[in-house]
Structures are given as structure tokens and as C-alpha cells.
Design a protein around this ligand. Structure first.
Ligand SMILES: [Zn+2]
Length: 246
């Protein structure tokens, strides 16, 4: 909270989640999620100091509240309990894939909005404003690859099959998960419109006025999309593992 990585509610949620993950999973389960939270928060701070313009679009700033913590790490809490009750290497692999997907998505946003760059709607590839949900860019995709690989490396010491197969599985799951996130962002995620400046935004308040619902489902917030992104990463790795027979 002191270095503004978390709000008060985010601090409480992180404390509970961290106790659960470190208490039941030890170092093995703690390293990957700490890697994600710490590096993403630093990246977010750096990006904001370089390009704060896109901030007028994002629903939330880089300071995480409890919903963001649950959306990104809550599934990890469920998996560490499952693994504690009935140990199975698959739980840890799913955990890494979920983190890879949410990290890929986060880094795609942070690195993709580092500087001004051409951004396209994932559905029709028409140019869109940078930072808009469902927008993809080359730099953002490189960010997604970097995020997936970083999470894969953070869990590599505890994997009991071939390293290259493991890296390929996690990279694919992370990348596809983040693309799925963009797809949801372009389709069902709630988008609002500022009544003053007419800008499409995730924010509920813009230019000091309440925004109007513009498109998507009002219940599908950015946090819901992030949760679905994580779940997709977990499902993709189960399918890939089955196909690759590792
Ligand atoms: Zn406005």
C-alpha cells in the first residue's frame, strides 16, 4: 500500500490470498504469483510515467483493489487448496497457465501502451484508439509473449516433464488466453461513453460526469473478463497437455 501497488481493500485481499498460498503451497506456489504481482505493478508504474494518456480509458488505475486481486489470483487460492487436499502435479500446471494468461494480458496492455503505436480491433482489424478493450498491437503481443515466458520461468524448477514442452505449453496457453481476453473485450465487455467528450471508456465517471452505457453487457466488467481470461488459460493447458500427451 505504501508504494501504491494496492488499495486498502486490495491489501486485505492480498494478505488473505498470500497467507493461503504461502501457508499451503510454500515457496513453490508463492514465487509465480509474486513474480506476476510485483513485476506487473512495477511495469504499470513505469508505463504511467511515460504514457498517462491512455489512462482516461481504463476503468481502474495500476493500484489494485480487492476485485482485481481476486480476478487475477483467486483461482490460485482454489487450486492450492485442491492440491493440498489431493496432491496432483496437474494443479500446479493449471495454476501456472492461469497466471501466464492474466500476466500476458496485463503485460500486453502495459507494454502495448508504453508509447503510441498502431492498434487494431481483434474482430475486424480496423484501427482503434490505443488502450480500447479488444484492441491489439504488435508491441502488445510481444508484451504478452514476455509475460507468458516470465511466468513459465518462475515455475520451471517444480515441473517434472521436458522443459521445452513445458515452455511451449505455457507460452501457447498464455498467448491464447490473452487473445481470448481481447476477444471478450471487443464483444461482451461493458463499454461506456462520456456524455461530455464522447470518448468510449471503461470508466463510470468521465470529465466529472457519469458516463452512459455504450455497448457490451453491463455485468461484464474488466475484472470479469480477467477472471474468464485466467480460466481460459487453465482450460487451454489441460487440452494442450492431452493433445501433446506430456
Ligand atoms: Zn470525457
Amino acid at each position: 500500500m505504501r508504494v501504491k501497488f494496492l488499495t486498502k481493500s486490495g491489501g486485505v485481499a492480498t494478505f488473505i490470498l498470500a497467507s493461503l498460498i504461502f501457508g499451503l503451497g510454500g515457496i513453490k506456489w508463492s514465487v509465480p504469483i509474486l513474480t506476476f504481482f510485483i513485476l506487473s505493478s512495477i511495469l504499470s508504474k513505469l508505463r504511467k510515467s511515460r504514457n498517462s494518456q491512455v489512462e482516461t480509458y481504463f476503468e481502474k488505475s495500476g493500484v489494485r483493489d480487492y476485485l482485481q486481486v481476486i480476478a487475477n489470483g483467486g483461482l490460485g487460492g482454489v487450486l492450492v487448496i485442491a492440491d493440498f487436499v489431493s496432491p496432483d502435479g496437474l494443479y500446479f500446471l493449471i495454476y501456472i497457465s492461469i497466471l501466464a494468461a492474466v500476466c500476458a494480458d496485463t503485460w500486453a496492455t502495459e507494454i502495448g501502451t508504453w508509447k503510441k503505436t498502431a492498434t487494431y480491433n481483434i474482430l475486424n482489424l480496423q484501427p482503434v484508439e490505443q488502450g480500447v478493450s479488444g484492441g491489439i498491437s504488435l508491441i502488445g503481443t510481444i508484451g504478452a509473449v514476455a509475460g507468458s515466458i516470465t511466468i513459465a520461468l518462475s515455475g520451471i524448477f517444480w515441473i517434472d516433464f521436458a522443459v521445452y514442452q513445458y515452455l511451449l505449453l505455457i507460452l501457447t496457453a498464455g498467448l491464447l488466453g490473452s487473445l481470448f481476453d481481447s476477444f471478450l473485450g471487443a464483444t461482451i465487455q461493458a463499454q461506456n461513453k462520456c456524455v461530455v467528450c464522447k470518448k468510449v471508456t471503461e470508466k463510470k465517471l468521465h470529465c466529472g460526469k457519469e458516463t452512459k452505457h455504450n455497448s457490451g453487457n453491463v455485468w461484464i466488467s474488466n475484472d470479469v473478463v480477467n477472471l474468464l481470461c485466467g480460466i481460459s488459460g487453465g482450460i487451454i493447458v489441460i487440452i494442450l497437455k492431452e493433445i501433446a500427451k506430456v
